[in-house]
Unconditional design. Structure first.
Length: 113
């Protein structure tokens, strides 16, 4: 059974940091490009960052502030978020980028000004 379990969200002041984790099971994790997505209230879900074995990509608004990484031995993908801004407030999800799996519950990130 495929599972994606996100954790690490919370309430933080602007300028603060959080580290999100996503533990996966039921897939051959190391084979896939994995991504972190976010969905803010009233907005569509967007891909924020993704990672393969040797490449990473970020949307412009998080470049230089967020870092995506993965541990294939633990089947886990991470998102280190620094210099957080109120506009980063959203529910954050991880998923396989090509052919999304069933979504997990996500983890709420709230950045206060």
């Amino acid at each position: 059974q495929v599972q994606l379990v996100e954790s690490g969200g919370g309430l933080v002041q602007a300028g603060g940091s959080l580290r999100l984790s996503c533990a996966t099971s039921g897939i051959i994790f190391s084979l896939y490009r994995m991504g972190w997505y976010r969905q803010a209230p009233g907005k569509q879900r967007e891909l924020v960052a993704d990672i393969t074995s040797d490449t990473t990509n970020y949307i412009d608004s998080v470049k230089g502030r967020f870092t995506i990484s993965r541990d294939n031995a633990k089947n886990t993908v991470y998102l280190q978020m620094n210099s957080l801004k109120p506009e980063d407030t959203a529910v954050y999800y991880c998923n396989r980028v090509t052919r999304n799996l069933d979504w997990g519950q996500g983890t709420q990130v709230t950045v206060s000004s």
